[in-house]
Design a protein around this ligand. Sequence first.
Ligand code: OFO
Length: 172
Amino acid sequence: MLSQELTDQLNHQLSLEFFSANLYLQMSSWCHSHGLDGCGTFLRQQADEERLHMEKFFDYINDAGGYAVIGAIEQPPHTFGTVSDVFEQIYAHECKITKEINQLLKAAFEAGDFSTFGFLQYFALEQNEEERLFQSILDKIKLIKVEQQGLYLFDKEIASMSKQLQSASSAA
Ligand code: OFO
């Protein structure tokens, strides 16, 4: 049975996952409105994935005997300078989420709640994967010199990454 303290911490994470979903959905809108349909589609997929994360927390809290509560979700930013700014903000955001997940893992471990600790393992691996994914996109941005002449090429590259992720998740 979940302690009230861990329930509160998991609920906080649930709201953060919701915020991540809204942030990426908003960014996808910005990309589409700037003619970057490949990036827009990719970020929409990421938003859908974050919504699934939110639902995983929601279900786990209730299944483990806690009470899932959706807190206030901060409005995401909606103006961005360039597509590089978008991906830099995403990378920084994911690093922040990794810290939150690590703190949750520590709290579950210290409380001797190994069921919650096990549940959180998925997110630790997921964060590792996402940090690497977004770091690789930042590397591409540098390689392609996106803001000078490579915007079109970059958008195509992200579109093909989006297709690969889509087929990998439908094969899973
Ligand atoms: Fe970064 O994927 Fe949710 O937590």
